[in-house]
Design a protein around this ligand. Structure first.
Ligand SMILES: O=P(O)(O)OC[C@@H](O)[C@@H](O)c1c[nH]c2ccccc12
Length: 260
């Protein structure tokens, strides 16, 4: 059983519990006025989605004691275009409280990074103040991906549709995804390879699609490499969570996008 299978098995339990308990997140801030798509499409530098990530199954504890709202504020002040909050508890040690706290602190689009398999998680993301949700092609079949994509849209949430290979990309096209995240990390083996972005970005020919390169990006050279491949945004967790100087690290990653 792969780690993704294990995570999804736990998610099914979590969703059952959630349905029994009901939702109780109330964000006091206005939502839905932040569009990650619009802000990234209008930027002429490579935009960064900076991630609040305490731990991961591949790395163990990364920065377990940080204060999510402080971390997110630093991201905002350092020029991040959006903030991602990992809310999975069993494998990433995050929570929806982390996301709700971040919502109170920043005025940027917030991505709820979780393994979404059911509408109730989308409602929860909405209530907690997220603007964008993640849908992972590998996690569900095409029909279900389509349903959840449409449900998120009906709730005025944007969707980052995550792909890792050609088959996933077909799903993205079928679903009509406007924002495609190319994950350089294989969720089954944890191997990271930036060539994934180079290979898949080439196959996305619609200029309206926003391409985000995800995972394993640590240096300016790497950011340049994925930008050259066609990414207009990058999703960065670990290197920012471990950085002693977030402002410096972010400014190194925000490079001019080469004109194509
Ligand atoms: O910490 P990194 O290597 O910079 O990666 C960030 C982000 O891409 C990664 O956390 C991620 C991408 N897709 C996911 C799906 C689930 C959980 C986590 C992820």
């Amino acid at each position: 059983m792969t780690i993704l299978d294990q995570i999804l098995e736990k998610k099914i339990e979590e969703v059952q519990t959630l349905k029994l308990a009901g939702l109780n997140y109330k964000s006091s801030l206005p939502k839905n006025e932040f569009s990650l798509y619009d802000s990234f499409k209008h930027s002429d530098a490579l935009s960064v989605i900076a991630e609040v990530k305490r731990a991961s199954p591949s790395k163990g504890d990364i920065n377990i004691g940080m204060e999510p709202s402080e971390q997110a504020k630093t991201y905002e002040l350092s020029g991040a275009g959006a903030v991602s909050v990992l809310t999975d508890q069993p494998f990433f040690k995050g929570s929806m409280d982390d996301l709700a706290a971040v919502r109170q602190t920043i005025d940027l689009p917030i991505l709820n990074k979780d393994f979404i398999i059911d509408e109730i998680q989308i409602d929860r993301a909405h209530q907690a103040g997220a603007n964008v949700i993640l849908l992972i092609a590998k996690a569900l079949d095409r029909e279900r991906l389509k349903e959840l994509y449409q449900y998120a849209q009906s709730q005025n949430l944007e969707v980052l549709f995550e792909v890792h290979n050609e088959e996933d990309l077909e799903d993205a096209f079928e679903v009509g995804a406007k924002i495609i995240g190319i994950n350089n990390r294989d969720l089954k083996t944890f191997q990271v390879n930036l060539e994934t972005t180079e290979r898949l970005a080439k196959q996305i020919t619609n200029p309206d699609t926003l391409i985000i390169s995800e995972s394993g990006i640590k240096t300016r050279e790497e950011a340049k490499r994925v930008a050259k491949a066609g990414a207009e945004g990058i999703l960065v967790g670990e290197s920012l969570m471990l950085s002693g100087d977030v402002t410096q690290t972010l400014s190194e990653l925000k490079i001019e996008v080469p004109s194509v």
